[in-house]
Design a protein around this ligand. Structure first.
Ligand code: GRF
Length: 193
């Protein structure tokens, strides 16, 4: 993605489905002078996503798309992304799987954050599965998105120690704190390899 670097910030869209705590941390990061990105669009498949409030607070355009028909939803998203000249897509708790067609369209410009040390625990319920397997560590991963779920090239990871008293909830909380630091760091890495 080196060709995207330059003095001007890159237009970025963040896709969410829920709380949006990663969205919030990315917005705060984007406001820094040294940040390579400017968040110009927030996309959600869920009108009730709590994270949509950050669009209002930070005056960033929010768009909700009904995913009953994925093809139609994605067509609308693509047109929105092109209108806003988006060059980087950050998935942050977006619960829909993007189609192969969509991913191909934005090849190499979609990032995702996943709450495990990939390639371990792809998919859902990562914390629960890590605890059931008596793992000593879990963590989070930022990676490029390719057509296989949670399998694209890894950009950065952060380990988190699992304690004996951890529950899926307490572990999720610990990992999330690291996610908020890791995503901005990974974006810097992408633009400044
Ligand atoms: C995070 O744990 C992220 O890694 C996963 O979904 C969660 C989203 O949390 N993909 P939030 O909406 O950013 O608070």
């Amino acid at each position: 993605m080196a060709q995207l670097t330059g003095p001007k910030k890159i237009n970025c869209a963040v896709f969410i489905s829920g709380t949006g705590s990663n969205l919030k941390s990315l917005i705060q990061f984007s406001k820094k002078k040294s940040s390579p990105i400017s968040i110009e669009l927030i996309i959600s498949d869920n009108a009730k996503a709590k994270g949509l409030k950050f669009g209002k607070i930070f005056k960033i355009s929010n768009k909700v798309f009904n995913y009953k028909n994925k093809l139609i939803a994605e067509k609308k998203i693509i047109s929105e992304i092109k209108n806003k000249k988006i060059k980087l897509i950050c998935l942050a708790g977006f619960m829909k799987i993007l189609s192969k067609r969509f991913i191909k369209n934005f090849k190499g410009t979609i990032l995702n954050i996943h709450p495990s040390l990939l390639p371990k625990y792809k998919g859902l319920n990562t914390h629960q599965r890590a605890l059931l397997n008596n793992e000593k560590y879990s963590g989070c991963t930022v990676h490029f998105v390719n057509s296989k779920l949670d399998s694209g090239k890894i950009i950065l990871q952060k380990k988190v120690r699992i304690s004996k008293v951890d529950t899926p909830k307490s572990l999720a909380k610990k990992v999330l704190i690291q996610e908020h630091k890791l995503y901005p760091k990974a974006i810097r890495r992408v633009f400044n390899p």
